[in-house]
Design a protein around this ligand. Sequence first.
Ligand code: HEC
Length: 280
Amino acid sequence: MIFAKLVVLAMLAIVAIYLFVTAPEPLPDNAGPSGSADRRVAIAQVFEAANAINHEARRTYTARVVGPGQQAGLEFAEDWREKQRQAGPLPALFLRLVSSELTKKPQPLGLFLGSDEPINPSNLFTGEQKVRFGRMQAETRPQVFATPDGYQVAMYPDVASAEPCVRCHNEHKASPKRDWKLDDIMGATTWIYPQRDVSLAEFLVIVANVYSSVEAAWETVLAKAATFTPPPAIGPHWPKAGARVLPDSQTFMAEVYQASAPTVVRILSRNALSPQEVGP
Ligand code: HEC
């Protein structure tokens, strides 16, 4: 697991050296005359990497923390922030923690989980996003587009991949839709950025931002768990069937690195080491 993190870090280091230290002659058809550090990475590539990281973080949280945690008697709830409530956040609210960590970064990458039939009205898609969401449901593939005011947007399907998704949303008193079925596209993980492309160096920073936002979100969950009576064990000895135990940050992140590394490294390599055409 540590290996996957090392691969990502090594990759970042190689690209950094490639960009800033060795400054090789630019390849003829992939960079401007001033060199590869000027290479632009299409925003769709940035979204793809960010989404892979967030997807694995959410999957790790849902399948590896919430599922087994509930079986061991830990609770995950909507009102988890209430002081007296001994519960962690629901998966959608974990994503919101990640999203709010991202807003603290200088690079303005926005993350949002929306739907056309949301439990929380503030998650409702409107305007162009609603139209694109309809198209995404029909085509069952991600949508990448620009808004009239110049924002770049990517929407990735959020699928009812397990029975609890369907059950909880159908039974929730605030849900406007009560006939969700398994494999329905319930919403879209939506990413927003104000530019069509970024430099390769900015791309690396954004990737690092997403990882560190996931880590900060997890640390928020751990801080809450530490207030439970009795607090669950937190450490590297996780998971342990039936035990109230949570992974420490390093252990949680090792899972996220391992699961996301193949995609992230592939996108980094594709953009750093081979000609990259920036789309319209
Ligand atoms: C135990 C209940 C519960 C489970 C299980 C659950 N959700 Fe949710 N989900 C919620 C609640 C509550 C919200 C609203 C959170 C907020 O305030 O933004 C939400 C929000 C969402 C949203 C944003 C739109 C909206 O409805 O507000 C999507 C999309 C979503 N969930 C999809 C899923 C998927 C897919 C799964 C399974 C992988 C899942 N949910 C599992 C309760 C649940």
